[in-house]
Design a protein around this ligand. Structure first.
Ligand code: GLN
Length: 284
């Protein structure tokens, strides 16, 4: 079948689940990933065709898209902060809000610390997107990353190799950690923060496909990870060391109070591009 004809059919079939722009962008993402062809190639050669087995592959992807399996998992990769990352069902798909957090950390590490070596720790690294982007963009950084999931860490390690950076990965349950036994200049975490009570707001594609271990916390102890990590930061941050968090948009005030109570200095709460309270910083 001519690719052009298949494109119309493919987009048409997705219209009950996605809007047209999104369906079209899926088509071109797959075309590039599976055939190394771009939109312009179809314009230049309108006679291009899919062979029988290629159509079978496309149809199976189409069926999975109809089930709202995220395109990033279907292709096994995504991009974050301009870098390529492998993703799979063991790790969250990196979010644009998290790119904003990374940008904040990179900017503040440039303006405030100059050229001395920076020891950086990312807690709950998942795909490794935060740790790896920082290692790539802060030349003097020595980056460590912790996760409780062996499968997530294996993915993060492959992503460090893919992006040619050095990150020391550590398998560890942070909730069972009393001391990190090292001092850091910067500690970052984007831990699980979605309360069960917010489940009805979570889209089906997220709820049914992304790892719940990385997303959810109990309603009555939503800040469990933040309390633990802030306490560890008090112990394991160097003087003037900084703690950065991605946070639940509804818990900005509670988070501010938590860091205030623990005597963090220069506490700052920032909104993301969508206007939601999304990230914080505090210094020791
Ligand atoms: N921002 C993610 C979401 O809304 C949640 C990330 C997290 O729990 N750390 O799906």
């Amino acid at each position: 079948m001519k690719i052009k004809e298949y494109r119309s059919q493919f987009i048409q079939e997705l219209l009950s689940t996605y809007d047209e722009g999104e369906a079209e962008s899926f088509f071109y993402l797959i075309l590039e990933d599976k055939h190394q062809l771009k939109r312009i190639d179809l314009v230049l050669d309108p006679e291009l065709v899919f062979l029988e087995d290629e159509m079978a592959l496309w149809n199976s992807i189409l069926e999975q898209l109809k089930l709202e399996i995220p395109i990033q998992y279907l292709l096994g990769r995504t991009s974050f902060y301009g870098l390529d990352f492998e993703v799979n069902e063991n790790v969250l798909i990196p979010r644009p809000e998290t790119e904003e957090l990374v940008e904040w950390i990179i900017q503040s590490s440039r303006s405030e610390v100059g050229n001395k070596k920076l020891k950086v720790l990312d807690i709950g690294t998942g795909s490794g997107c935060i740790a790896i982007s920082l290692a790539k963009n802060i030349p003097n950084a020595e980056v460590y990353a912790i996760d409780v999931s062996e499968k997530a860490l294996a993915t993060a390690k492959r992503n460090a190799t893919l992006n040619q950076v050095n990150v020391t990965f550590i398998i560890q349950n942070i909730l069972e950690t009393e001391d990190l036994n090292q001092q850091f200049d910067i500690i970052i975490s984007n831990p699980p923060y979605v309360r069960n009570l917010e489940k009805q707001e979570i889209k089906k594609n997220v709820l049914e496909n992304e790892p719940h271990l990385a997303l959810f916390v109990e309603d009555d102890d939503a800040l469990i990870f933040y309390k633990k990590i802030a306490a560890l930061a008090q112990k394991n941050l160097l003087d003037n060391g900084q703690l950065f968090f991605e946070i639940n948009q509804y818990l900005g005030k509670d988070m501010f109070e938590l860091l205030e109570k623990l005597k963090f200095k220069g506490i700052e709460l920032r909104k993301d591009i969508y206007g939601n309270d999304r990230m914080m910083r505090g210094a020791i």
